[in-house]
Design a protein around this ligand. Structure first.
Ligand code: PHE
Length: 503
């Protein structure tokens, strides 16, 4: 379109909000068209499954106008709008203030550069700061608007134009999907309801002979079978078990949540006044009131080592209480199980044999519950009993064990357990948190614990423990333990949780 010089300047100044509305309309239209295509494809595929039609899908990329492109196609390019806003008499100028009433600052800025380059507009030779038309240009051809109108009305442009307008964000590529449809062998103008079940009645009456049946859809995904799923803790537990088995460990029997204080504390040389044996930290069992059976000769040796010491130790020098050792507790650590198993090992009929044993099970602590602590959790624990085991073995073994979980670069920090000396806390660098975090506790069991059991001189035992919850939460990206255990657990999430493989 050639704009006559007489066209009023006002017509050129379109408000930008109506251009935005137009753009939004274009977007809405495209979305509606996409929805319609999806619906159409579903209908076609259902008709095709009845062999009423055959169809194929074609895709083509076309260009559509952006909101800005749309407004240029309708109102002209910025430079054309500037030219139209200037007085028809090329000797007359217009000030920036005047032009600013007709064109927005953004349009004015782009318009000047382009209009100068196209030699439509000049600086007024005498009126400083004013713009004027170039003399002799009585009409302009707004090539940009024309090209965008062609895109709008017919979807066509040259490749060169397309590239340029894409760069200027005036046009954008859109995928166009279309279908070619032909009649199929079962073509009909009415869609008959197809039978999906062969019923007893159909068989009896013989109606099945005439009935049209729906074809099997072998592409259907099918309903997920209702089946049980392992809880994430059990998946990680399984992976730990595999590591232990691979390293030649046997599993200790942990099917005893209620233990005597004897196995939970006294056999481990934990003094009877120790804080861990307080109701603040431990759940005590009221009924039954006391443990039924504690091996008497062993109890006597444990009593002696607490009261007087032995094996190079001075002991704790307090009167050992039988009623305290008989108190039943919910076990606070699986080391109670390890103690019982080491005692069994020391008193095996054929004599002591070196052993590697592990357990993974639940323990209970009377603790304040928060995002990372519950009153019950799981411990992963291992013990290795052999002649001449040293602290070097413990450190080397921890490095091998944790490397199998993908955890390398361990650091060890001296710590304290009543039953191990030395004791080491194990740290690893957590990249996500950017700091060293404690991942386990370990140590060399004390002679005050091992010798009364009857383990021969020269036999040392290394042991370590860690929680099952922490690696599980890290594996599954869970921050709050209540999402892992308890009534807030997402059952679907549990069903979907992937199996775990270390590392
Ligand atoms: N029982 C210790 C705990 O609860 C773990 C541990 C086991 C430490 C064996 C040393 C040896 O943290």
């Amino acid at each position: 379109a050639l704009y006559p010089a007489a066209e009023t300047a006002h017509a050129a100044a379109s408000s930008s909000s109506s251009a935005d509305d137009a753009g939004a309309r274009v977007e809405a239209e495209l979305r509606a068209r996409a929805d319609w295509q999806l619906g159409l494809q579903a209908t076609l595929s259902s008709l095709a499954s009845r062999e009423m039609v055959a169809y194929s899908v074609h895709e083509q990329t076309t260009l559509v106008l952006t909101p800005e492109g749309y407004s240029i196609a309708r109102d002209g390019s910025h430079e054309a709008r500037l030219w139209r806003a200037l007085p028809a008499d090329a000797e007359q100028g217009a000030s920036m203030a005047k032009l600013g009433e007709l064109l927005t600052p953004a349009v004015l800025k782009i318009a000047q550069g382009k209009a100068f380059a196209k030699r439509w507009v000049r600086k007024h030779p005498t009126a400083a700061g004013e713009l004027a038309r170039v003399p002799g240009v009585d009409a302009i051809e707004d090539d940009t608007a024309l090209a965008l109108q062609r895109v709008r009305d017919a979807g066509e442009t040259s490749e060169k134009e397309a590239a340029e307008y894409k760069k200027r964000k005036l046009v954008a590529p859109r995928k166009l999907v279309y279908f070619s449809v032909t009649k199929g062998p079962q073509f009909a103008l009415k869609v008959e309801k197809l039978e999906t079940d062969l019923t007893f009645e159909m068989l009896q009456s013989g109606a099945w002979r005439e009935k049209p049946f729906k074809k099997y859809n072998f592409n259907a995904e099918g309903a997920a079978p209702a089946a049980g799923a392992l809880h994430p803790l059990l998946k990680v537990r399984e992976e730990f078990r595999n590591i232990f088995f691979e390293m030649g460990f046997t599993e200790m029997p942990t099917n005893r949540f209620v233990e005597s204080s004897f196995w939970c504390f006294d056999s481990l040389f934990v003094p009877q006044q120790h804080a861990a044996r307080d109701v603040q930290d431990t759940f005590f069992v009221k009924d039954p009131p006391a443990a039924k059976h504690i091996p008497e000769d062993y109890l006597a040796r444990v009593t002696q080592v607490h009261e007087e010491g032995g094996f190079g130790s001075t002991g704790y020098r307090y009167p050992f209480s039988r009623s305290v050792t008989e108190k039943l507790v919910l076990r606070t650590h699986t080391t109670a199980v390890s103690a019982a198993m080491l005692y069994k090992l020391a008193n095996a009929p054929g004599g002591f044999q070196p052993a590697k044993m592990f357990s993974i099970d639940r323990v209970f602590r009377n603790e304040a519950v928060d995002a990372t602590h519950l009153a019950e959790f799981h411990q992963v624990e291992g013990v290795v009993a052999d002649y001449n085991i040293t602290l070097g073995d413990l450190i080397g073994f921890m490095q091998i064990f944790f490397a199998k979980m993908g955890v390398t670069d361990l650091r060890f920090k001296p710590a304290f357990n009543p039953y191990t000396e030395p004791s080491l806390e194990i740290f690893s660098y957590h990249k996500g948190l950017g700091k060293w975090v404690e991942i386990g506790n370990s140590g060399m069991f004390r002679p005050e614990m091992l010798r009364p059991m009857g383990l021969p001189d020269g036999v040392n035992v290394l042991g370590w423990g860690l929680s099952l919850e922490r690696p599980t939460m890290i594996r599954y990206g869970i921050n709050n333990i209540r999402e892992l255990v308890g009534h807030k657990v997402d059952i679907d999430g549990v069903e979907r949780a992937a199996a775990v493989r270390f590392p």
